[in-house]
Ligand binder design. Structure first.
Ligand code: DGT
Ligand code: MG
Length: 584
């Protein structure tokens, strides 16, 4: 068997998963809902429900009809319009980001966040007074020693893995402290930061979250699942196995997981691994001595499989279409080694796209009307996502003396390119069945400057843009006069260029100002209203085997439903199947 990979545990990563996220967004607006069973409906499915509903037997992705049977007094709210969730997601992201030193805060879908808090933890470990650990103070600002919170550094905050009962003593005396390894102390300090952030999130924003604390993204995410909801789990050191010493807690923790549960190992890779293990079912040293069944193949089954290592994994998983170096990447992951960085926060998306799908779109007038609606929505989204309010000193003659601060709106970034995409519906075959086409035709052009005029009315801008640019692009894509039978129109701005003079946030240095500015900044993310007939698809992406950021505006990998031929995002497949099996 190949040697285990080398660990580099020099980071501390927190993973946040908001509890029953969509349901919480409604509860924040109407707190009375908190104590009642609440379910959020999309199509005929409960996409999520609050914990009161779960206590009464409701589950995520249950049929609405079933939910009503289980809990007749369930309150059902509609969650088709994602505006509320998108707003909440951005709001919470900006809020948590304001605490973190450096910019390594990454969103995964709508309701998960990774925070790389290494710098803050290192600093706070350094300033600990080993003679008075019980009365420690966590510094949230390097430059203002008054900002932070008090905590007891002789014990962990919240549950740990392995659980408290298994630790000889969870209270570290000053003497024991000096012997404790650095990672142990860092994790301990981080557990208090996690507790503080969770409390703030709840008190200031009304959301609870479940947090995992470890040294990389994959392991932190899994660790959080141990205690849900509204709780946290720290994966304790040691992380590396010692000769004749304690075993690695990472290996111990990961080993019992189904291989498919490891973030970065999606269903396809897991299937290949399971098939390989089942088909070559020789002398397997599985956790319970039995060969893995089709239902569960654990990390341990894979890790200890004879001859297992990066080379064998590459042989099993490599080949056309699979990413380079997959063998070593998966070998690392099953040992809890995930080198992927928490990506740096971006102040704006890489592209914004608005689209709608249609049953019938055949006349020029229909197309023109739809394009204007889409272009207007696009401009609205640009104003929301690409501008910020800044406070500038008012230099006008009358106010020279009082130097008041006036909010001004400025563009954070200017997209350079406008793109129009369409998807024609293929003709029906002889038996009247239409095959689904995923082929989009698209055309790009430079985006005119006038769209950045914030004084101009959005409807007028949308109409002008369509008249000047989008219709000529459409004509080029579809030279025929009519009969296009389009099933989709999409307008997008891409090729973002950051505006000059952008002042980088200085997290941790001026956190006081961040607190003061919070309200002003957050206002920018608020979407006043969004046309419900404009399903710009922005559901979270649960990628199979990558950590790529799920930008809600970027294309979502989809599968085509065998029954209705609609493109369904991977994560929604199960729900969609239930939808078809539901009575009308
Ligand atoms: P949790 O984390 O178990 O307390 O519950 P949630 O509701 O936060 O669930 P999570 O974290 O899996 O997903 C976050 C939100 O994303 C959830 O509130 C609704 C939405 N969502 C999750 N899975 C699906 C799905 O399969 N289809 C659709 N349409 N939405 C989903
Ligand atoms: Mg969640």
């Amino acid at each position: 068997m190949a040697a285990p990979p080398t660990r580099l545990d020099n980071r501390i990563v927190l993973h946040f998963d908001y509890d029953c996220f969509y349901a919480s967004a409604f509860e924040v607006e109407q707190p009375v809902l908190k104590s009642l069973p609440l379910a959020v409906q999309q199509k005929q499915i409960v996409v999520t429900c609050n914990y009161e509903a779960r206590r009464r037997g409701l589950r995520k992705l249950q049929l609405i009809s079933e939910a009503k049977k289980v809990c007749p007094d369930v309150i059902i709210v509609l969650g088709e319009d994602l505006t509320k969730f998108r707003d909440a997601s951005k709001d919470l992201y900006l809020y948590l980001r304001s605490f973190v030193w450096g910019d390594r805060v990454e969103r995964l879908g709508f309701d998960e966040l990774f925070l790389d808090v290494s710098d803050m933890i290192e600093y706070n470990v350094d300033v600990l007074n080993r003679n008075d650990l019980e009365n420690s103070f966590f510094h949230l600002d390097r430059h203002d020693p008054t900002i932070g919170f008090a905590y007891d550094a002789t014990r962990f905050h919240g549950p740990t893995f392995p659980p408290d009962s298994e630790i000889v003593s969870d209270r570290l005396s000053a003497a024991a402290w000096s012997e404790a390894e650095t990672l142990h102390i860092k994790l301990l300090v981080a557990s208090h930061l996690a507790g503080y952030l969770r409390r703030q999130l709840e008190h200031q924003k009304g959301y609870t979250a479940t947090v995992g604390i470890s040294t990389c993204k994959a392991v932190s995410k899994l660790t959080g699942n141990v205690h849900k909801p509204n709780n946290q789990t720290t994966l304790l050191a040691p992380y590396d196995a010692r000769e004749n010493g304690p075993e690695s807690n990472v290996i111990r923790f990961l080993d019992s997981h189904d291989i498919q549960k490891i973030p970065g190992i999606g269903s396809k890779l897991a299937r290949s691994l399971k098939d390989h293990l089942l088909n070559s079912g020789r002398g397997l040293d599985s956790a319970d001595g039995a060969p893995p069944t089709d239902n569960k193949t654990t990390v341990r089954d894979v890790r200890l499989f004879p001859g297992m290592g990066p080379v064998l994994l590459e042989k099993i998983l490599g080949g056309p279409g699979s990413p380079k170096g997959i063998g070593i990447r998966i070998w690392n992951l099953i040992h809890g080694v995930d080198d992927s960085e928490v990506l740096e926060a971006r102040d704006f998306p890489t592209q914004i796209s608005i689209e709608d799908s249609y049953r019938q779109l055949e006349t020029f007038e229909e197309v023109r009307r739809e394009l204007i609606a889409l272009a207007t929505s696009l401009i609205r989204r640009m104003r929301i996502d690409l501008t910020e309010k800044t406070e500038v000193e008012d230099q006008t003659a009358d106010s020279k003396t009082d130097h008041s601060l006036n909010p001004k709106t400025r563009w954070l970034a200017h997209p350079r390119t406008l793109r129009l995409s369409t998807r024609p519906r293929p003709p029906a075959n002889s038996s009247g069945v239409r095959t689904y086409s995923i082929n989009r035709a698209s055309r790009s052009a430079p985006l005119p400057q006038y769209v950045f005029n914030l004084e101009e009315n959005m409807d007028a801008l949308g109409e002008r843009l369509v008249h000047d640019l989008v219709i000529p692009m459409f004509r080029k894509l579809h030279p025929e006069k009519s009969g296009w039978n389009l099933s989709l129109l999409n307008v997008a701005v891409t090729n973002m260029v950051e505006s000059a003079g952008e002042q980088k946030r200085s997290s941790g240095r001026d956190i006081k100002r961040m607190f003061q500015q919070q309200e002003t900044i957050l206002k920018e993310w608020k979407v006043p209203e969004l046309d419900s007939a404009q399903p710009d698809i922005d559901l979270p992406v649960y990628e199979d085997s990558t950590w790529e950021e799920s930008d809600e505006d970027e294309a979502i990998p989809s599968v085509i439903c065998r029954i209705c031929s609609a493109p369904i995002p991977h994560f929604a497949q199960a729900a969609h199947e239930v939808y078809h099996s539901a009575p009308d």
